[in-house]
Design a binder for this molecule. Structure first.
Ligand code: ZN
Length: 216
């Protein structure tokens, strides 16, 4: 099984793919968010530093993130991994390439999840959350629609739209995503590591395609 780096826009289904690989294929999911949250609990100098940066919502630099990533990779031995949330920049990609070289990790693939912008927009702006039990719905997709408009199927609670699930926020986020990832995509294309998976498909088809990339 190849190690995996996932590059995907928000709401493209990265979470679903990662959970499948972790639960069914023995992958370890490594995300920047989890690493930082764990370090923030440590009773150490760096733990306190990360904790205060996170509390203040401040930017956490590569000088902190990259060594933590290396530690995490060293703990894995031969377990295949999925990297989530890194690399976001060419500097991070370069660091990873060097690190993989150092650790003799050559069997990896970078999967770019491709999705139509209109589908993504519907996923974001159609999302409704139950005020009480937090169940998530989507008014634009048959399988995710509540049975009764604005009412939770599970508990009868009221469904609300989060403030940041608006078209404007989505468009800003998507634009930032495109600007940030285009250089990364060509970087991995040049290294011969890039594969594309279309996620305008059923969950089964997506999983099959991802598996295909991890096997060959
Ligand atoms: Zn509910």
């Amino acid at each position: 099984m190849k190690n995996l780096i996932l590059i995907a826009p928000p709401a493209a289904g990265k979470g679903t793919i990662s959970s499948y690989l972790v639960e069914n294929m023995g992958y370890q999911h490594i995300s920047t968010g989890d690493i930082l949250r764990n370090v923030a609990k440590e009773d150490s100098q760096r733990g306190r530093l990360v904790n205060s940066l996170m509390k203040e919502g401040k930017f956490i630099g590569d000088d902190i993130i990259l060594p933590l990533f290396k530690e995490e990779l060293l703990k894995l031995h031969n377990t295949p991994f999925i990297l989530d949330g890194i690399p976001r920049t060419i500097e991070q990609a370069d660091y990873l390439t060097q690190l993989f070289h150092e650790l003799n990790v050559d069997n990896y693939v970078v999967i770019n999840l491709k999705i139509n912008q209109d589908t993504l927009l519907k996923r974001a702006t159609g999302r409704r959350v139950c005020e009480q039990c937090k169940e998530i719905y989507n008014i634009y997709f048959e399988n995710y629609k509540p049975k009764e408009e604005n009412i939770c199927d599970q508990c009868g609670g009221k469904l609300i739209q989060r403030n940041d699930d608006t078209e404007e926020t989505f468009k800003k986020r998507f634009q930032t995503y495109v600007e940030n990832t285009e250089p990364l995509i060509s970087y991995y294309e040049k290294l011969g590591k890039l594969k594309k998976v279309d996620v305008d498909a059923t969950e089964e088809e997506i999983i099959e395609n991802v598996k295909g990339c991890l096997n060959d």
